[in-house]
Ligand binder design. Structure first.
Ligand code: FES
Length: 239
């Protein structure tokens, strides 16, 4: 872990927010369909600071930041996710050109869908055309870290990320999505124990995940819209 990563931390508060420290840059990113797949587009600017508290209960009127509403809503936010390591939890799917690890933690970001198929289909046919490269892209772009493409020699593919946090909006589904945590930021449980440090994970911010603190796509089922969207609508910068 680099010195920069070592200073970055997310601490889960029991019944409350995620406390982020270490000057972690934060931005809003919007999921946009593009050419049979998806891409992120920059959303509105968010204030930057050395430390901040992100809402975990889904009730803040100042989303994505905590405004204390968790008290009024008696939010419990009990963590239920396994702390076993990814490689212990993930199943391996073998393909002719590349393999795929899959731990089943879906945040419904849909980046595993590419023009010629989803990550599993592309792995299954990874000896044809550019399917191998597409399968690697589909796995690497999965914000939840559910999917990892693995070469025959054991090489695992990852995008390079600096430690950073993305607040996700998903206008195609008319919902606000989770928190994309990138670049090996330590996440510490409310009981003080750490989760496995990973390059990509998606945290729940609607308060409804059954796999807290991680996103399990519950925001789609409950049609979660954060207060910023309900006040202003998702903003997308013109390119
Ligand atoms: S966690 Fe504090 S307002 Fe949601």
């Amino acid at each position: 872990m680099s010195d920069i990563n070592a200073k970055c931390k997310i601490r889960i508060i029991e019944g409350g927010p995620y406390l982020v420290s270490g000057n972690v840059p934060i931005s809003e990113q919007i999921i946009i369909p593009k050419a049979g797949g998806y891409e992120f587009q920059e959303g509105r600017e968010l204030p930057q600071s050395e430390a901040y508290a992100l809402c975990r209960c889904g009730k803040s009127t100042n989303a994505p930041f905590c405004d204390g509403s968790h008290y009024n809503h008696n939010f419990r936010g009990k963590e239920t996710a396994s702390k076993n390591r990814y490689h212990e939890r993930a199943e391996r799917m073998e393909g002719p050109g590349v393999d795929l690890l899959d731990d089943g933690r879906c945040a419904f970001a849909r980046f595993c869908h590419r023009r010629n198929g989803d990550a599993w289909e592309l792995v299954e046919h990874s000896d044809a055309g550019n399917n191998r490269e597409e399968a690697i892209r589909a796995a690497c772009d999965c914000p939840s870290g559910r999917l990892t493409a693995v070469d025959m020699d054991g090489t695992e593919y990852e995008n390079e990320y600096i430690p950073s946090i993305d607040i996700i909006q998903d206008p195609e589904r008319r919902v606000s999505a989770g928190i994309f945590v990138k670049g090996h930021i330590l996440i510490e449980s409310a009981d003080g124990t750490p989760y496995e440090v990973r390059n990509r994970v998606a945290l729940c911010r609607c308060g409804e995940s059954r796999n807290k603190p991680f996103c399990d796509a519950a925001h789609v089922a409950v049609q979660y819209l954060d207060s910023a969207v309900t006040k202003r609508g998702p903003s997308v910068k013109k390119k």
